[in-house]
Design a protein around this ligand. Structure first.
Ligand SMILES: C[S@@+](CC[C@H](N)C(=O)[O-])C[C@H]1O[C@@H](n2cnc3c(N)ncnc32)[C@H](O)[C@@H]1O
Length: 234
């Protein structure tokens, strides 16, 4: 059996892929419940904001990369888009409640042809990828020119007081809630995994270098969450 990630050791490479997949397989059955409780349902509004930022035409095909249990796919469909989800964890896909087509796959090698997708969303998964450069390269490859990305993840608030309160909540309270309702090791690891996220300037550079223009970063709810958007150039 694959070991779940350990909060005191952030794995890299293949070890990270196996650990991340095992972790999400384990927490999948109660993932949505814990998410709603630990974010006080703010996650729902953040996903909808990401979808609004796409600004694509009705019936556009939108890939929700790292779709998990399919929350974003449900909202994409409500917004008039044609979503397709992809995720690495069979457990998360099995727990999904969306009618959208879902595929099992790694974001670093997407099973879609070049220029075949109008938009890509990705919710709270950037820090789970082994390498963001090839992942962003794959997004650029599958998106048509003019296609849009909306990438959401957690963030550290710029305000010192808010950052302190947030670190206590995220680092101490969330693991306890996660432990009661799901798996303590996983919810200890999740706050620590923020360390994988590049600094904003570096992530912006990676997005631009992958082939995106109009790259923007918006902080949500005082900066506890962040949204990167961009348009495929070329
Ligand atoms: C925190 S969950 C987010 C799920 C969903 N996007 C949401 O907003 O609730 C992170 C997801 O990323 C998926 N994931 C991690 N690494 C991946 C990869 N290399 N390719 C595709 N999905 C991946 C995990 O299986 C998990 O479902």
């Amino acid at each position: 059996m694959t070991a779940l990630p350990d909060a005191d050791h952030l794995p890299e490479g293949e070890e990270k892929v196996r650990a991340v997949r095992a972790m999400f397989d384990t927490i999948a059955p109660r993932y949505d419940l814990v998410n709603r409780i630990m974010t006080f349902r703010l996650d729902v509004g953040w996903r909808r904001k990401a979808i609004r930022s796409l600004g694509l035409g009705t019936r556009s095909v939108v890939l929700d990369l790292a779709c998990g249990t399919g929350d974003m796919c449900i909202d994409l469909e409500r917004a008039g888009y044609r979503p397709v989800g992809a995720d690495l964890s069979f457990g998360m896909l099995a727990a999904a409640r969306t009618p959208a087509p879902l595929v099992h796959g790694d974001g670093l090698v997407l099973p879609f042809p070049d220029d075949s997708i109008d938009g890509v969303t990705c919710g709270f998964a950037l820090r789970n990828f082994v390498d963001l450069e090839p992942m962003l390269g794959e997004l650029a490859r599958v998106l048509r020119p003019g296609g849009r990305i909306a990438l959401l993840d957690v963030a550290e608030p710029p305000n010192a007081l808010l950052r302190w309160g947030h670190s206590i909540y995220f680092g101490r309270v969330v693991p306890v809630i996660g432990g009661w309702l799901s798996d303590r090791a996983a919810y200890r690891y999740l706050p620590k995994s923020v360390a994988y996220l590049p600094e904003p300037a570096e992530l912006r550079r990676l997005i631009v270098d992958a082939g995106f223009g109009d790259v923007d970063r918006v902080l949500l709810t005082g900066g506890i969450s962040q949204l990167y958007t961009g348009t495929r150039t070329g």
